[in-house]
Design a protein around this ligand. Sequence first.
Ligand code: KG4
Ligand code: ZN
Length: 343
Amino acid sequence: MKTLAIETSCDDTSLGIISQQEGVFTVEKLIAYSQIKEHNQYGGVLPEIASRLHSEKIVALLQKIGRKEIEDVDFISVTAEPWLPWSLIVGKSAATLLSAYFQKPLKNIHHILGHMFSLLIERKKSDLSFPLVVLTASGGHNDLYLMQTEPLEERIPTFRLQDLFIYKIGYTLDDASGESFDKVSKMLWGPYPWGPRISEQASKSQWNEQFAFKRIFLPLKDDGLFEFSFSGMKSQVSILLEKLHKEGKELTETDIQDIAYEFQEATIETLWKRLLKAAQWYGAKMIGMAWGVSANERLIQYLQTAIAWKKIDDEPLQLIYPKKKLYSTDNAAMIGVVGLMSE
Ligand code: KG4
Ligand code: ZN
């Protein structure tokens, strides 16, 4: 089976041809127009500009995919929800027209399921082990999902896909972790790219005990739902910066790297520890992470170390994250994977 996939939910116009070959979700073509530079000057995504740029770029991208390729697909997959309504509508209109013109069925795909199943791009479903607990963390979300082949008692699944029952088991009460990376990065430097810049600068730090941020763990309740809170992270950084400013201290480049380091350590400690706790709670065989923050190398390092010693029910825990950094951000390949799985 082969699908044309279209993703226009935010600031990337992404199109792809995705097929399943001997079980492997294969990316035959993946092209995109990223609007980053247009939004950058405003410090965030402007919905009206996003929608206009999708409309301007999508036809040229479709031409690049090629008429013959589109004729060859079995169906079309498009991101239908959620996100910026006027951006989504560009992809949905294009998909609806193509579906009618080429006589291909149309599948509406949920964007969050797409991010979850970005884990399967260039992989097979059998590469997943269940129960699986996945962290989906980005600039707007910070959730934990449980995927398993058996239903949980007295809980309604958030999603169903093939034989899988998918439950939301964690969420943030305020900021998302990616959002706190973005806000702190803006405080320390300003321009884009925010999250990756924190990581890059933090990697140059030797650690400075003068800067210490509190780790924010919300108390665990006994209902198996895990809560996060990240707004306090940016407050800790801004209070520190204000204090140093009042003391008349000029921050050196090294100070800024050290603050970035400590901020990153404090933020990702909450993520990896809570992910492991949730895995233990639900008897997971595998943990995973997807979406923007899953590109964080330090988080990957901690999780790799953690699974080396962590056993649940005497079984070693496995770890999975997107095969390429490109698959951590919005892309049509993940939408195609969910489309193919919905067959
Ligand atoms: O997928 P994406 O483009 O969607 C959202 O905008 O939500 O993800 C971007 C988010 C941003 O918040 C960004 O700071 C974060 O993912 N991010 C990172 C890293 N790379 C991207 N956060 C921490 N460390 C990174 N290396
Ligand atoms: Zn996304």
